[in-house]
Each structure stands twice: as structure tokens, then as C-alpha cells.
Design a protein around this ligand. Structure first.
Ligand SMILES: [Fe+2]
Length: 367
């Protein structure tokens, strides 16, 4: 089938934060990321600073306002630290943008060229849920540290002492919390030609355990995967409702990071102070779990001691774990995921996972 909106993959996850200097330190020390590029008042950017960090193919940009009254300062005041842009690497920005607008997307930036001594990039942007945007970028004719206007920067700390010197290698998927899931599923189908993946959480699971409904859309190559959640009427207050309330509307809930050694990564990140959701002993001691997951690469005891979850489907299995929110508000968090064939998102873990989340909500008094 003709791909109406080809994408190469994720280009960057862009965060608006209250203190980008300290956030860059956090993602360096706790997530093992390497500072690669910077812009700020010293480099001709009078209103804001931006730190660009990488870990393998994953790239985060952390933007902070250096003065009051800017769009960025207002965004942080409204939403707290959060994701403002899920930037996509596309082969033809002009065609992608034109297709998106023809299909009803709202344009935020017309295609334009930016250049410096490292070459040129083509960039445009369209609006997604809430105040989130998708920048569309073609950097195939550019070899600078990030974008024109940014200068190369040295890592903040030494590389972590793990295989390949990094805790994770790529962004696996980016999850949005929205009010109307189907509206946004339809948006990605129509505007980007994305298709639904098999996994979804319907009202069967929703009512009892998760209080959310979820569907996943992805591009034709399955490199870009966007699960979308909406609150469901459950027995308890939905965690999605809590997010929408505290974030002040729809936004990115979590970013899943693909790792090839989740055990070592979790050990290092815990040691660096990252908090992960707890999972009850009963999850691991349940004979049904052992029957469900079959053989995985390490004994269940190794997973249990780290609170790593495991799920299996017809294609294989996956190991995953979720951090607690990494910002002040109960909004944005991360997932680590190690895939062994499975293309799923851990549906089988929803019950155990949401019971754990509910314990955290109860501690905050927002259940
Ligand atoms: Fe996830």
C-alpha cells in the first residue's frame, strides 16, 4: 500500500521545563544520557536555554525560559514540566505537511529551511492533542550537533558503566492522555496514515482495574508507536482523569525507552535515585503468572527482586517497568521496555500495574 505519510522514526522528544539546567543534570546522571548540544543567550537565543541529550537513537531536548512572559514560561506555569513536541523524522517535510493539512490537521509552522555551516534542515509543525505538537523534520542534509542555532556541548558527567555506555537505546513508544481516544485514533489514521495495532484496552479491563481505555496507532514500519488513553468510569478515580486535572488538559503521559538490558538499567537508575512503581510479591508468586510467561531469559526471582513486569503474546515476550512521575505533578513518567519478539505493550500487566498505581494515588489522597 502507498504510504501517504512516510516517517523514518522519532526525531526528538521535546520537554518544556522550569529549570533546564537541572533537568539536563538529572537526565545525565539518572538516565545515563549524554549532553550533545546547547543553545541559550550566549549563542544568540535571548529568551530561552535548550539542552539536547542523547542515548543511542533516543534524543531529548529540554527547553527552559530565562525570562518571564514567554510562551515557554506560560506553558510551564500552566502544565508543569511536560512534553511539548513529539518530533518526527520524515523524508519529505513539504509533502507530509501538505497531506496533514489536507486531512484537517492544524498547521503551526509552514515548511521552511534553516541553515548554517553544517548544512540545512527542512522543518514544519502541526498541532496534536492538547498543546502538544508534531514537528516534522528532514535532517538528511545536515551534520551539525542538532539544529542550526545550537552548538556542540560536552557531556555533563562520565558515561555510565554499562554495556555500550548507555541505559537505553531508543524511544519505543510515546503515550498520550486525551479526553476522547477515538477522536485522536482517527486523527492519526486520517492525518498520518497510521494504523491501529492489535492491542487495546476496552471497558472489560477498564471498569475493574485500570479505569482507562487505550488504543495504539503506529506508522507502517511500526517505528513510531502512539498509544492513546482516555479515562473510563471505573471503581476508582481514573489515573487518566488525575493526569488531565493536574496537567491541565491532554498531554504526553509516558515515554517508553527501549533497553537491551533492563536488569542492569533498573539497578543503575535505582542507585541514581529514580523511583519505580512497586509490584506486589503476589504478582510473582502467582502460579498463573509462571504458566502465562513460560521461559524468559532470567529466573523470575531476578525480576521479582527488581519489580520488573513480564508479559507474553503469540510473538514473544517483553520485560517492562514504570517509574513514578519524574516531575512535581503526578503527570509524566517513563517506562523501560526490553522486547523479545513481542510487539505488545504489556496488556497482561494492567491489573498488577494499576493496582500498584492505585496504591500511589491513595497515598496522595486522590483516589
Ligand atoms: Fe507504555
Amino acid at each position: 500500500m502507498n504510504d501517504v505519510f512516510p516517517v523514518h522514526g522519532m526525531d526528538a522528544v521535546v520537554f518544556a521545563v522550569g529549570n533546564a539546567k537541572q533537568a539536563a543534570h538529572y537526565y545525565s546522571t539518572a538516565f545515563g544520557m549524554r549532553l550533545a548540544a546547547y543553545r541559550g543567550p550566549e549563542t544568540g537565543s535571548p529568551d530561552e536555554v535548550a539542552y539536547v541529550l542523547t542515548s543511542g537513537a533516543a534524543r531529548f531536548e529540554l527547553r527552559g525560559s530565562v525570562r518571564p512572559g514567554t510562551w515557554l514560561a506560560r506553558h510551564v506555569a500552566d502544565h508543569g514540566d511536560g512534553v511539548i513536541d513529539l518530533a518526527l523524522d520524515v523524508p519529505d517535510v513539504e509533502a507530509a505537511y501538505r497531506h496533514a493539512l489536507e486531512q484537517g490537521a492544524r498547521g503551526l509552522a509552514e515548511p521552511h529551511v534553516m541553515e548554517d555551516e553544517h548544512g540545512k534542515i527542512v522543518v514544519a509543525a502541526i498541532a496534536a492533542y492538547g498543546e502538544t505538537r508534531h514537528t516534522l523534520i528532514d535532517r538528511s542534509n545536515y551534520n551539525g550537533p542538532y539544529l542550526p542555532g545550537y552548538v556542540a556541548a560536552e557531556p555533563i558527567v562520565a558515561a555510565p558503566d554499562v554495556r555500550n555506555g548507555r541505559f537505553f537505546q531508543a524511544v519505543d513508544h510515546c503515550v498520550g492522555n486525551v479526553e476522547q481516544m477515538d477522536e485522536w485514533v482517527e486523527f492519526y489514521e486520517r492525518v498520518m496514515g497510521f494504523t491501529k495495532m492489535a492491542e487495546f484496552i476496552g471497558d472489560d479491563i477498564a471498569t475493574e482495574y485500570s479505569a482507562l481505555m487505550s488504543k495504539v496507532v503506529a506508522d507502517g514500519t511500526r517505528k513510531v508507536k502512539f498509544p492513546l488513553n482516555e479515562p473510563a468510569v471505573g471503581k476508582k478515580k481514573s489515573q487518566i482523569e488525575e493526569y488531565l486535572e493536574f496537567y491541565g488538559g491532554p498531554g504526553v503521559q509516558h515515554i517508553a525507552l527501549a533497553t537491551n538490558d533492563i536488569l542492569a538499567t533498573v539497578d543503575h537508575m535505582r542507585k541514581a535515585g529514580v523511583e519505580f512503581l512497586d509490584t506486589p510479591d503476589s504478582y510473582y508468586d502467582d502460579p498463573a503468572l509462571r504458566a502465562r510467561i513460560g521461559e524468559v531469559r532470567v529466573p523470575v526471582e531476578e525480576l521479582k527482586s527488581r519489580r520488573i513486569l513480564v508479559d507474553r503474546d503469540e510473538d514473544g515476550y517483553l520485560l517492562q517497568i514504570f517509574t513514578k512521575p519524574v516531575v512535581d505533578r503526578p503527570t509524566v513518567f517513563f517506562e523501560l521496555i526490553e522486547r523479545h519478539g513481542s510487539l505488545g505493550f504489556g496488556k497482561g500487566n494492567f491489573k498488577a500495574l494499576f493496582e500498584a498505581i492505585e496504591r500511589e494515588q491513595a497515598r496522595r489522597g486522590t483516589l
